[in-house]
Design a protein around this ligand. Structure first.
Ligand SMILES: Nc1ncnc2c1ncn2[C@@H]1O[C@H](COP(=O)(O)OP(=O)(O)OP(=O)(O)O)[C@@H](O)[C@H]1O
Length: 448
């Protein structure tokens, strides 16, 4: 073990990470950046990733920004991202440390450990799904629940349960290898393997899945119409299934109803245990609000939880959104959260509407294969600008929110931007057939 003082680059890493946490969606941070282990080699920062997949994702998505931040905090752009792990014995990176690098790299999962069974509130609507996820974590690979498919509308806790199963599996068996991927990431990885000569080809892509105890793939409706990716997924699925490795999948509806998924895949998906998650009933909604408040260390009177639960009926994500608004306002004004304060603060959010802006943003993001944070964020690339305008117009159409309120939900944009978006979409709906079709589909989805 080296006794040299830590390099500035290594010292700067926690600050870079803290900054990245402000800039990227928390899912990305948990999935890709938190699992990295920092070390120093000469004057360079070395980030060890649990597997080649993570290396590739981090290089592609974050490396340029990591370099900039490192330059800013440590005056160096020297960073390497490699497969490997620090030896557990190393007390902290600041002490200098040794690492293991081998052809058989240590595997560290990329699960978000915030989502566990303990903080999943059980109710009639999700009881079966919870029980099934629990079973999968207790006897992974068992034919009775392999594949486990959790399906249901957006924001009802599918991803939460999927993570909970993975985390529980790891708690029982800390050396288990559990990999979580969004369907889109599977597709991106596969496309890269096909077309990027530096990516190591499809064999390297397939090796990612060998030796896993469980593979978790989120939002498989995304595979619809993507024939080559589906075919590859079909092979991955078969290999894992034959190896009795646990597969957990989520889908926004029963797969047979997903147009554009191949029949043979649909049939495989129904082999194991497909379970639905339904919207929670009133009592469960109130319990969820109380539980989220407790987690945040915020005392919340029952009547406030009941108020939110009564008014927000569709998705748990919207319940959380209302709670967050309340907490932010209470912190800002220094006032305690009482029923009166909640009624006043959430007047607009709680107006009886069946669709929340969070739901609209999620639906549009999913439809275009984006992350919600990208859609609501500041970047102005073409591929983001149009979906963003559609989301703003849908919010105008389907909610009672005012233009400034809609602007606020898109990282504080001005109301004139929203107005412009609505006008532009209205014009395009007359002239652009594809956009018209997208609009109709989204409207249908949101009024389901
Ligand atoms: N029963 C529950 N108990 C506690 N939290 C819940 C519950 N159901 C959902 N949530 C919370 O709601 C939020 C949204 O859940 P999650 O991301 O799992 O939804 P999802 O069904 O995967 O949605 P999507 O299909 O849009 O990805 C998360 O913060 C999750 O913790």
């Amino acid at each position: 073990m080296s006794l040299l003082p830590p390099t500035p680059a290594l010292e700067a890493w926690p600050r870079c990470l803290a900054q990245l946490e402000h800039e990227f969606p928390s899912e990305d941070i948990h999935t890709w950046l938190r699992p990295l282990q920092a070390d120093a080699r000469d004057r360079a920062l070395v980030l060890y990733a649990p597997n080649a997949f993570v290396v590739e994702q981090v290089r592609e998505r974050f490396l340029p920004r990591i370099r900039e931040l490192l330059d800013h905090y440590a005056g160096s752009r020297d960073v390497a991202i490699e497969v490997g792990a620090l030896k557990r014995a190393a007390p902290s990176p600041a002490m200098g440390s040794s690492h293991v690098r081998s052809n058989e790299p240590a595997f560290h999962g990329n699960l978000d450990n915030q989502y566990v069974f303990e903080n999943f509130v059980e109710g009639r609507s999700n009881q079966l799904a919870r029980a099934a996820a629990w079973q999968a974590s207790q006897s992974p690979g068992d034919r009775a629940h392999n594949p486990l498919l959790l399906y249901g509308a957006t924001g009802l806790g599918k991803t939460h349960l999927m993570f909970a199963a993975g985390n529980e599996l790891l708690a029982r068996n800390p050396s288990a290898k559990v990999l979580y991927l969004r369907a889109r990431e599977f597709m991106d990885g596969f496309t890269k393997a096909l077309y990027d000569p530096t990516a190591g080809g499809t064999d390297a892509f397939r090796r990612q899945f060998q030796g896993l105890d469980a593979l978790l793939i989120d939002d498989i409706q995304f595979f619809a119409g993507k024939d080559r990716t589906q075919e590859e997924f079909f092979h991955t699925f078969n290999a894992l299934f034959d190896g009795r490795q646990q597969i957990i999948l989520t889908c926004d509806r029963y797969p047979r109803e997903v147009a554009g998924l191949e029949d043979r895949l649909k049939s495989r998906l129904s082999w194991g245990l497909p379970v639905a998650i339904d919207p929670p009933d009133y009592e469960t909604r109130a319990q969820i609000v109380l539980s989220k408040a407790r987690e945040r260390g915020v005392p919340l009177p029952d009547d406030v939880a009941n108020l939110i639960a009564k008014k927000m009926r569709s998705s748990v994500r919207d319940l959380e959104g209302a709670l967050n608004t309340l907490i932010a306002r209470a912190n800002f004004t220094g006032r305690p959260i009482t029923l009166e304060f909640a009624q006043e603060t959430l007047r607009d959010v709680l107006r009886d509407h069946s669709v929340g802006i969070g739901q609209i943003q999620k639906a549009v993001a999913d439809y275009y294969g984006l992350q919600t944070k990208e859609l609501t964020g500041k970047k102005r690339t073409r591929s983001l600008a149009r979906p963003r305008q559609i989301a703003m117009s849908l919010a105008r159409e389907l909610t009672d929110l005012s233009l400034p309120e809609i602007g606020n939900a898109f990282e504080g944009r001005d109301h004139t931007t929203v107005l412009h978006a609505c006008r532009q979409i209205r014009t395009l709906l007359e002239t652009d057939g594809k956009l018209h079709e997208d609009w109709e589909k989204l409207l249908r989805k949101l009024s389901e």
